[in-house]
Design a protein around this ligand. Structure first.
Ligand SMILES: Nc1nc2c(ncn2[C@@H]2O[C@H](COP(=O)(O)OP(=O)(O)OP(=O)(O)O)[C@@H](O)[C@H]2O)c(=O)[nH]1
Ligand SMILES: [Mg+2]
Ligand SMILES: [Zn+2]
Length: 367
């Protein structure tokens, strides 16, 4: 299936072709790290004061749609290309604040992208590039469901790590809790998830866009903030935004999604909220690889494992198959939730380029 961000890719690929030389440099430089303040000041001085200022609300094959106080311009990146040749592959993303010149009533050309204070990124389909999903957002609603689609704790952890790396506050929203009443097994999974993730101190909201349970609470969390909704296709991201604000974003038919593997929301879009603030509705992504995640940093993202890891006999214990590993022992003794450990292992294997999955590891010591 064509990746959902393909048309954004198409837009960006023109830029990439034009700045082939700068690519190597771009790969070596993490463009998303916050710029040094002297650099910011220097750039600010260089910006032509006659340029308009607006926010990127959507990106498509034709260009970027930029909102300047309610006036929407379809902008190209032309003006930016020259600069990009000597800088990095600083591509544009939904949420960017940009300076642009209007070339007509409805069109413009972007000359400058303002420094970002946060970003949600993933690894693109090629596995070699960073792909920005949204930038300049305060919080990420990590949307999940238990029954349909099924719960994937490892995916939650991917989003949690990506949010932390990008300076974004996470919030886990468990949607479709109306479906839990009829299925005791699913309810058990839900309670197991809560027991494992609540102690981490991340806010968790159980909600149903269908019955409106929890909708008032979500609406007040979104007020005056910029929020990105992330999560796999069909969890109900667009439904939640609609339920909060009476909007009419396109909602998908879950049965069709299963058969066609199709996604309903087709590109990330910044939506101004009636009560103040913004939210970014995103298309569900099939696989969410964390950009630039080193094996050594993974454990730090699992603070519930850290105290046990520190007790391990060997300082370089990988906490996988070593005898007397305190982490494995804690999993056996249920001091660490097995879904948390499973998620840790999945990420660790992935960072080592090992696609082995949990089901294949049944013979190992903790099971
Ligand atoms: N039972 C139940 N179904 C829901 C709930 N919220 C959403 N749905 C259904 O879930 C399906 C998918 O909803 P969407 O809002 O399109 O999901 P999405 O996450 O935006 O999906 P993509 O845009 O493809 O990423 C639709 O059939 C909704 O009616 C809920 O709280 N309970
Ligand atoms: Mg959607
Ligand atoms: Zn260990």
């Amino acid at each position: 299936m064509k990746d959902l961000f393909d048309h954004e890719e198409e837009f960006h690929s023109r830029d990439r072709k034009a700045s082939k030389k700068s690519r190597k440099h771009a790969q070596e430089t993490d463009r998303s790290k916050y710029k040094k303040s002297d650099q910011v000041e220097k750039e600010a001085k260089e910006i032509d004061p006659a340029l308009r200022r607006g926010r990127v609300i959507s990106i498509g094959g034709e260009g970027a749609w930029v909102d300047d106080m309610g006036h929407i311009f379809l902008c190209s990146l032309k003006g930016l290309l020259k600069k990009e040749k000597i800088k990095s592959k600083n591509l544009i993303a939904v949420g960017d604040w940009v300076r642009f010149s209007a070339t007509s009533e409805k069109e413009g050309s972007i000359a400058h992208i303002e420094p970002r204070y946060s970003f949600l990124a993933r690894t693109d389909v090629s596995g070699r590039k960073e792909q920005l999903i949204a930038v300049n957002v305060d919080q990420a609603v990590i949307s999940i469901s238990v029954v349909s689609p099924p719960l994937k704790p490892a995916l939650v952890d991917r989003y949690l790590i990506a949010a932390e790396k990008g300076n974004i506050n996470p919030l886990i929203v468990i949607n479709k809790i109306d479906l839990l009443d009829t299925d005791p097994e699913e309810k058990k999974r839900y309670l197991e998830f809560l027991a494992a993730y609540e102690p981490l101190g991340i806010p968790i909201l159980s909600i149903s866009s269908k019955t409106a349970v929890g909708i008032d609470a979500l609406r007040s969390i979104l007020k005056d903030k910029a929020t990105v909704f992330s999560g796999q296709s069909g969890v109900g991201k667009s439904s939640l935004i609609n339920a909060c604000f009476g909007l009419e974003l396109k909602i998908g038919d879950l049965a069709q999604k299963t058969f066609k593997g199709s996604h309903t929301t087709s590109s990330a879009t910044l939506i101004p909220l009636p009560d103040g603030g913004y939210c970014v509705d995103t298309p569900g992504i099939r696989s969410f690889g964390i950009w630039d995640l080193k094996k050594e940093e993974i454990l730090n993202h699992f603070q519930d494992l850290v105290p046990f890891a520190e007790e391990c006999r060997y300082p370089d214990c990988s906490h996988r198959t070593e005898p007397n590993c305190k982490v494995i022992q804690a999993v056996k003794e249920k001091k660490i939730a097995s879904i948390r450990y499973e998620s840790f292992r999945t990420l660790l294997d992935e960072a080592e380029g090992n696609d082995d999955n949990w089901a294949k590891r049944k013979q190992e010591p903790f099971s």
